[in-house]
Design a protein around this ligand. Structure first.
Ligand code: URA
Length: 253
């Protein structure tokens, strides 16, 4: 693929802007098939194999990705919306190329796979792969998600049993049950859900006469939050991470 096209596909601006960056000597390329070191390239039309390609724009290294899959450790007081009402959008925590990746000729960027509330922290996946978003959001694709819940009142066996048996939420007469549920301490509930209803954890906990004080998502499928990923930081997801996400997925026929 031409270098200009590579930069464009990775969200570095219009083809014209990308050609400008290359001609100004701002782009270096490390292609394992061509050389073992970053090499300056000032020819916008020079071709490179994209597989395993690393390039640097103004000194920042970037891997070529046909689709971008990232994990954000969502901090408190941020909104998952592109047009937030009260707090900053989570999208402001991502570098501009991730927000500018084109799709079918328009700026699309990565999108959150589902949403977390303003005050919820933890694992949030983002991608520009529409099929992945669709699959993960489908009610047929039950990817378990683990939430660490700090509750206001002490937990007891009756509350845990009710959450496992199923509770009725106000918008649906059919009870919703936790796939797993344990009291880690008196005030720390670990809840595994396979659905993603609006405010589901908060409403389920309220249905057993308790209250959520803090909520953190710690696991999606078989993928845990990396311990070194601080709130507000993001990282790329590898192919192995993507496999892990689906490792515990249960597809309903
Ligand atoms: N359940 C909630 O109540 N809030 C979240 O952010 C996620 C799950």
């Amino acid at each position: 693929m031409q270098l200009q096209e590579i930069l464009y596909s990775q969200g570095f601006g219009t083809r014209r802007v990308c050609a400008g960056l290359i001609q100004q000597g701002q782009v270096q390329v490390l292609s394992s098939k061509v050389s073992a070191e970053f090499q300056l390239c000032t020819h916008a039309a020079q071709e490179f194999p994209t597989e395993g390609l690393l390039f640097a724009v103004m000194g920042t290294a970037w891997p070529y990705q046909a689709h971008a899959y990232v994990l954000l450790n969502k901090p408190q007081a941020t909104e998952c919306s592109q047009k937030p009402s009260t707090y900053p959008s989570i999208y402001t925590l991502l570098p501009s190329p991730l927000r500018m990746r084109p799709q079918k000729g328009a700026v699309q960027g990565v999108q959150a796979v589902g949403r977390l509330d303003q005050d919820t922290t933890g694992m949030l996946l983002l991608t520009d792969d529409g099929k992945f978003i669709h699959r993960m959001s489908s009610p047929r694709h039950h990817v378990p998600k683990i939430y660490e819940v700090t509750v206001k009142h002490p937990l007891d066996e009756r509350q845990i049993q009710k959450l496992l048996d199923g509770v009725v939420l106000d918008d649906d007469p059919k009870p919703v049950a936790a796939a797993a549920c344990e009291a880690v301490t008196q005030f720390h509930l670990r809840l595994t859900l396979t659905q993603g209803k609006y405010h589901q954890v908060k409403r389920m906990v309220a249905a057993v006469s308790n209250r959520v004080e803090a909520l953190h998502r710690s696991q999606i499928g078989g993928l845990r939050m990396p311990i070194d990923l601080e709130p507000g930081q993001w990282c790329w997801l590898s192919e192995l991470d993507l496999l892990k996400i689906n490792q515990h997925g249960v597809s309903v026929p």
